[in-house]
Design a protein around this ligand. Structure first.
Ligand code: CP
Length: 327
């Protein structure tokens, strides 16, 4: 699913943010640098900048979300935008209105951006194809396809800990098959030039074609974790599984759960990440999730700055420096 044409305008600037795939390294670095400047806004007494004053951002979440929906809302408010959170189950789509009719009605309310989470892969791309020319669409997770802002907040977290992407070995562990996060992370990590991306998991949860993305596959977690700088654990997405893809949870934890003992195989300064929600005792032990190498809650905080960066860039508002933007 190539989205380059629809994502960039004629000047090569981002218009929509649907997927990391195909974006140039410089675009990703611009997002990271902009996000870095927004982290200083979080430290201000008044955590707001006026960059998107007068703009309206609409959250359209057709699937549950805690981290993504709330950090998008906070990010939009930090940028001084007006925010609409559409309650999908209480919207007129439940009376038979089509998705496109709903979008056109929101356009008539002068919305500038739709942030879309949907269970169907390709949903954000479809919406981007049908919105008015002045509207931007951000993919907040579509089916098993992509979760690009999650990947960017993860890259921001890695860069803040490791300074550079060169020389890094990164392991992504667990249910790669159903993970839109893993796919976006792999595209981001390879574009940013890490030394090696490893995927670790049972054969049933690793897609057949994943090696074509330039990753190394491991089915033995003890081998895969050896000397890595970053360990990214993934949730078992049981709601997306049909058939017997899995051993029992206890057996899965023994083979692929991250414990303090297994973590000693990674470099001593390795960081542990997880996009959430975490299932303690299934893919990660509480000792690790709450331990000194875990940066899981930092990822959540960095999500605000990363999403501020994406939204301000899409709407063409550059953040020059923290003092210029402060109120
Ligand atoms: N990481 C993530 O997408 O979490 P939510 O489902 O809570 O948004």
């Amino acid at each position: 699913m190539k989205q380059n044409n629809i994502q960039l305008n004629d000047d090569g600037q981002l218009r929509h943010f649907i997927s990391i795939e195909g974006l140039k390294r410089q675009v990703l670095m611009d997002i990271l640098d902009t996000a870095e400047s927004f982290i200083s806004v979080e430290a201000q007494q008044v955590r707001k900048v006026p960059l998107l004053r007068g703009k309206t951002i609409t959250n359209l979440f057709f699937e549950p979300s805690t981290r993504t929906r709330n950090t998008f809302e906070l990010a939009a408010k930090r940028l001084s935008a007006d925010v609409l959170n559409v309650n999908i189950s209480a919207s007129a789509t439940s009376k038979g209105e089509s998705l496109l009719d709903m979008l056109h009605n929101l356009e008539a309310m002068h919305c500038d951006m739709f942030v879309v989470r949907h269970a169907q892969s390709g949903a954000a791309h479809f919406i981007a194809q049908h919105v008015a020319p002045h509207i931007s669409v951000v993919n907040a997770g579509d089916g098993q396809h992509a979760h690009p802002t999650q990947a960017m907040l993860d890259m921001l977290t890695i860069r803040r800990h490791k300074q550079t992407f060169a020389d890094l070995r990164v392991a992504i562990v667990g249910d790669i098959l159903h993970s839109r996060v893993a796919r976006s992370q792999i595209h981001a990590l390879t574009t940013l030039g890490v030394t090696e991306v490893r995927v670790i998991g049972p054969k049933t949860l690793i897609p057949n074609d994943i090696a074509s993305l330039g990753v190394h596959i491991y089915h033995d977690m003890n081998e895969g974790l050896r000397d890595v700088d970053v360990v990214i654990m993934l949730r078992l997405q049981k709601e997306r599984m049909s058939g017997a893809l899995l051993p029992r949870e206890k057996e899965y934890f023994n083979l692929y759960g991250l414990t303090c003992e297994k973590l000693t195989l990674a470099r001593s300064d390795a960081i542990v990440m997880h996009p959430g929600p975490i299932n303690r005792g299934v893919e990660i032990s509480s000792d690790v999730a709450d331990g000194p190498q875990s940066v899981i809650l930092e990822q959540v905080s960095n999500g605000i700055a990363a999403r501020m960066a994406v939204m301000s860039m899409l709407l063409g508002q550059r953040f020059a420096n923290e003092t210029e933007g402060g109120q």
